[in-house]
Design a protein around this ligand. Structure first.
Ligand SMILES: Nc1ncnc2c1ncn2[C@@H]1O[C@H](COP(=O)(O)OP(=O)(O)OP(=O)(O)O)[C@@H](O)[C@H]1O
Ligand SMILES: [Mg+2]
Length: 505
């Protein structure tokens, strides 16, 4: 193991410690951001990665420990202090003002002024410049809430980089990005590194960590579990240090689905987004939806869940024609969706996990109209165990780690027991151990007779879970492959837009 630098150039953290409600979530961590080097930070959900990053970026105040920059004390009391010292954090959760434009978000707090007014022309021009450097084609005058999650994440990165930081922490930037966007972020990281920035890169994708980083630090239960020089360590060793067991995608073949069709969609379309979608899903069947970012996968499932309205086509649930104009319509028809953007669409952030799982369904959980505390607690305990949700039971979900928030969101819909469950990126931001837990839960759900639709940009995930895979490109269906035929090559062949060159993959 490489020794940890305690003094010298760069941002050096020594003995960082943080407690919440008597629980030590980060315990005596030493980590250094060295100019021109990338540290990969890994660890299970709740291991303390974001909390550590928060302390370095002035967002969280450490209870113990110290930090220096080039040997001088560094004690940020706020993100503003950190920024002044050249330290920025790119958050795991997108934190932008949805009602403002892209350019306004990039320059928030330092809008260019002219004659007492915001100089919009200059602001838009400079934002366009920053975005172009990132290879993004987003219009700076667009409102944030008009953009996809992937595009929003790119803006978050653009904003951080426009501040010309000396030290950058990327907290799982790739979780919501597609392959080509991720590649662009990697280019940025290489450029920052070449420019002498010190970088921390957090991800649950080990291939990214080994590819980008010079050294790897693994946290476990708030402790520093291991530290390696990247060339010296295997993927298996990293996973073992993180979760204490080996990971495989080896799902095996799922049990045969039933014969009863639960949902049938024909000619479904939404002007400007997608068209001509036909498929049927049987009870107990898992249908995967694959495609590149921008293929229209999320748009299709949002329409089924009532988040958007279809402009053409039919949806039949349990043999009945069903009109879905709102999420309430969808829920009434037995269709539920776990959205990709958990923060804005799925969780009551100020409530605890039990409330999040049970509040929407209290009527449903009640016997003879009375919801007993013990019934709620029993439900909560069951899913907490089934999905291995970590973190204190009584804290607001806002304070759970990213991956554990994802599990709470999933649990909420498992409690509801819908006829059709749609999962959009169900393991986004989830560690490799937790992934296996979630896969098992999805399988069990199908075995109970639910029709499941899974959208994921991780091809192995879609292929491993699904009975059949619908492949989309540019808003149109390209074919439905049976499990036996759904090899990664076959899917990619269909997923590539007709005129794209190979650099788009
Ligand atoms: N404000 C807070 N109040 C109470 N507990 C907190 C708070 N912030 C974080 N925690 C707890 O600290 C632990 C570490 O969380 P952290 O977000 O650092 O994990 P992480 O390694 O980033 O996980 P993930 O991979 O899921 O993002 C978790 O158990 C979390 O619930
Ligand atoms: Mg985190």
């Amino acid at each position: 193991m490489a020794a940890s630098p305690r003094t010298g150039a760069g941002l050096v953290c020594t003995g960082l410690t943080k407690q919440y409600g008597g629980v030590t979530v980060v315990n005596d961590i030493d980590i250094a951001l060295v100019p021109g080097r990338v540290v990969g930070l890994v660890g299970e959900n709740g291991a303390g990665k974001s909390t550590t990053s928060g302390m370095i970026a002035g967002l969280v105040q450490p209870d113990r420990g110290s930090m220096t920059i080039d040997g001088d004390p560094y004690e940020p009391r706020s993100p503003g202090d950190a920024l002044k010292a050249g330290v920025v954090l790119i958050h795991q959760e997108i934190r932008m003002v949805r009602e403002l434009t892209v350019a306004e978000n990039i320059f928030i707090g330092r809008l260019p002024m002219r004659g007492g007014r915001v100089d919009r022309a200059r602001m838009n021009e400079e934002a366009a410049d920053v975005l172009a450097r990132l290879g993004s084609r987003v219009d700076p005058r667009q409102r944030i809430d008009e953009l996809s999650i992937a595009a929003q994440q790119e803006i978050e990165i653009a904003r951080a980089l426009s501040r010309k930081p000396r030290f950058v922490i990327f907290d799982e930037p790739s979780a919501s990005l597609g392959k080509s966007e991720t590649a662009r972020v990697f280019d940025q990281i290489e450029a920052l590194k070449a420019g002498g920035a010190g970088i921390v890169y957090i991800s649950h994708r080990i291939e990214e960590i080994t590819r980008l980083s010079d050294a790897i630090v693994c946290l476990r239960d708030g402790h520093l579990a291991a530290r390696w020089d990247t060339g010296d360590v295997s993927r298996e060793a990293i996973v073992r240090a993180m979760v204490g067991r080996d990971f495989t995608y080896g799902h095996g073949t799922p049990p045969e689905a039933g014969n009863r069709t639960v949902i049938e969609v024909s000619g479904l379309g939404r002007t400007g987004a997608f068209e001509g979608i036909d498929f049927a899903v049987r009870a107990g069947e898992i249908l995967g939806v694959a495609g590149l970012v921008g293929a229209g996968r999320t748009e299709v499932v949002r329409t089924l869940a009532g988040a958007d309205r279809a402009t053409e086509g039919r949806i039949v649930v349990d043999g009945e024609d069903t009109v879905i104009r709102s999420p309430q319509d969808a829920i009434r028809a037995g269709i539920a969706m776990v959205p990709e953007d958990r923060k804005s669409q799925g969780l009551l952030l100020a409530r605890d996990s039990m409330d999040n799982m049970t509040l929407p369904w209290q009527r449903h959980l009640s016997r003879r109209g009375i919801v007993t505390r013990s019934a709620l607690t029993a439900t909560y305990r069951r899913f907490r165990e089934e999905l291995d949700i970590r973190g204190q039971a009584d804290v607001a979900v806002a304070h759970l780690s990213g991956g554990n928030q994802q599990k709470v969101l999933l649990a909420k819909w498992l409690v509801h027991q819908p006829k059709v469950l749609i999962l959009d990126e169900p393991t986004r931001g989830v560690d490799v151990g937790a992934k296996m837990t979630i896969y098992a839960a999805i399988r069990r759900l199908a075995e109970d007779g639910v029709a499941v639709i899974v959208v994921s940009s991780e091809l192995e995930e879609v292929l491993g879970l699904s009975h059949r895979v619908l492949v989309m490109a540019e808003g149109r269906p390209q074919g439905i492959l049976d499990r036996a035929d759904a090899t990664p090559e076959a899917v990619m062949r269909l997923a590539l837009p007709q005129h794209a060159d190979a650099t788009h993959i």
